[in-house]
Ligand binder design. Structure first.
Ligand code: MN
Length: 476
């Protein structure tokens, strides 16, 4: 990876900006002169690789420059003002934001650090490009983790799982997320990683014929009907398999370990394709998911259906449009490609309107005066594991692990929370402090004559949204 490789990519999608990128490289190279990475190579190779990861996403000029400059405030004499003078204010803000984000810590107890952590957390929503640059930075550091000692490796891997994997998830950058997960697992549980990797390869070889046969057949059906398409085999990442094994599944029971990804030109053709697939291969009813009508909270859209393929092998098929596929792989970072020059504004607007992460953060910021409470709530709610449960109509609701029917009720609608008298999970009445589990079907019994939420619900509810609504009701 050299500066010329980087410039070649920039030239390809943004030819007018080659000069400023070159200038950013020369400045960073000069500033980091004499610094070396643990691997022994010149330090500049790191920012160069980070910029390369960003350029592959077709990031805008300022983002690529900030990628090259991202460590100069932290590691050299350069200041934010220098960068603003030599380049521009936006680049300076991005580099400054990335520098601050490096100091984020959930384990701090001192008030000064807590206040600082809060500022960083709320600041990351001001320009989502800061998160993207930081993710590229972390990705390259994880890719080159072999040069650190074992303690540092484990520490970095844990931090990646705790902070950066959720951030990648929230902006829908699945490709980065899954690479970060696998790199982390490789250092956290090396034996387990190897073992799963080998078994996965074996399954891939075993199923290759079956998948190839399906792929050819489906492709022919789509071609015959003049539906523009592309079909790929997608495999679950190692960490995804690890998680399933940990939940008590056997590797042969993981029905989406291998999937066929079918991409077509438009939404209507997704459903047409679904019909064709089901006509040819028998579907399993309760494994069908419509994330097109019902996107995930990070805007992931696709149809998922698991069918009996050749030899009665279960195969998941994912059907979506080409644009949905871009969003599915790259999340918000796909906007650079889709929205071109408008990308920055559309990103920021959509982050606010469509992505749940932003709303939750804003909500918590408004709600907690106390820094300690704010930081611990963010950690518990945004950076903890999730559970996914169903409404009676089959919608999927995402909640932090440990959530109760109260959280569920308020998430559906404030009135439902306020008039709830009982909860039914999988056809059985459960106590109000029942901890929801994945795939629970939850029905809330309401009564308009109820007295409203009880005071002790405050201690039972997990999400800040539910707590807020309960407080509001009891104030009235
Ligand atoms: Mn860095």
């Amino acid at each position: 990876m050299t500066i010329n490789d980087l410039l070649a990519i920039i030239k390809d999608y943004n030819p007018d900006e080659v000069d400023i990128v070159k200038k950013a490289y020369e400045y960073a190279n000069e500033m980091h002169k004499g610094q070396y990475r643990q691997s022994g190579e010149p330090y500049i190779n790191h920012p160069l690789n980070v910029a390369h990861i960003l350029a592959e996403m077709h990031a805008d000029r300022d983002t690529v420059c900030a990628g090259l400059l991202h460590d100069v405030i932290e590691d050299t004499n350069a200041t934010k003002e220098d960068i603003a003078d030599i380049f521009n204010k936006d680049i300076a803000n991005l580099v400054d934001g990335v520098t601050k984000l490096a100091k984020i810590s959930f384990s701090t107890k001192e008030e000064q650090n807590l206040a600082n952590t809060r500022k960083i957390i709320t600041g990351i929503t001001s320009d989502v490009r800061i998160i993207i640059i930081k993710l590229a930075d972390r990705l390259h550091n994880m890719r080159t983790l072999e040069y650190k000692n074992e303690f540092k490796q484990k520490e970095n891997a844990l931090e990646t799982m705790e902070i950066f994997v959720p951030l990648a998830y929230y902006i829908g950058a699945y490709r980065i997320k899954s690479e970060l997960e696998d790199l982390s697992l490789r250092y956290l549980k090396p034996d387990m990683y190897k073992q799963i990797e080998e078994r996965k390869q074996k399954i891939e070889i075993d199923s290759s014929e079956c998948l190839a046969e399906m792929l050819t057949k489906i492709k022919r059906m789509l071609d015959d009907r003049n539906i523009p398409n592309e079909i790929k085999v997608r495999t679950k990442n190692i960490y995804g398999i690890y998680k399933r094994l940990n939940e008590g599944n056997k590797i042969c029971d993981i029905h989406d370990l291998l999937a066929l990804k079918i991409m077509v030109d438009e939404v209507e053709n997704c459903y047409k394709t679904l019909y064709l697939v089901h006509k040819e291969y028998h579907p399993i009813n309760d494994k069908f998911k419509d994330y097109i009508t019902n996107p995930k909270t990070n805007m992931y859209s696709s149809l998922h259906t698991t069918v009996f393929g050749p030899d009665d092998r279960l195969v998941q098929t994912q059907i979506r449009t080409f644009d949905m596929d871009r969003i599915a792989s790259f999340g918000l970072t796909a906007y650079w490609d889709i929205n071109k020059g408008e990308a920055r504004n559309v990103m920021q607007k959509d982050l606010k309107d469509k992505y749940q992460f932003f709303n939750s953060l804003t909500e918590m910021n408004a709600m907690f005066g106390d820094n300690q409470q704010f930081v611990s709530q963010v950690k518990n709610e945004l950076f903890a594991n999730k559970v996914y449960v169903y409404t009676v109509s089959g919608d999927i609701i995402e909640l932090p692990k440990g959530s109760t029917p109260i959280d569920f009720a308020y998430k559906i609608h404030t009135d439902i929370g306020n008039t709830m008298v009982a909860a039914v999970v999988n056809n059985e009445y459960v106590p109000i402090n029942y901890e929801l589990k994945n795939k629970d079907r939850v029905r809330i019994i309401t009564d308009e004559l109820s007295f409203g939420p009880r005071g002790d619900w405050l201690d039972i509810a997990k999400t800040s949204y539910a707590k807020k609504k309960i407080r509001e009701f009891n104030k009235k």
